[in-house]
Design a protein around this ligand. Sequence first.
Ligand code: FES
Length: 130
Amino acid sequence: MTDCNKLASIAEELKIGGFSRHVLLCIGPTCCSSDDGKAAWSKLKSILKERNLSLSIGPNACYRTKADCLRICKGGPILVVYPEGLWYAGMTEDRIERFVEEQIVQGRAIEEWIFARNPLPQPLPSTNST
Ligand code: FES
């Protein structure tokens, strides 16, 4: 049986419920080489941490997830950011700093790197059952 109290505690430590964006980055190996994917992931983690955007709350707080396939499988590393639902191609290490500054901090899409859009409807219905 799942211990929801324990999971809720983990979620709280991860600031789930307090962040404003979620970035999923595919690290390959089909859309890009594993080396390029890992380098991009490492850069994303370090910049978010440096700028205090990871494990934080607020309008620029960003949760990050490393993925092993987002089903595009070309032109990677592929990245998607929510709630905007913007799909970015070619997100190699050298693009990550600009991405964090413009997309995450300033909320400004980098049009030339975007190949698809799927914004999620907002506000989403509450799942609280209290
Ligand atoms: S391997 Fe990256 S999208 Fe499929």
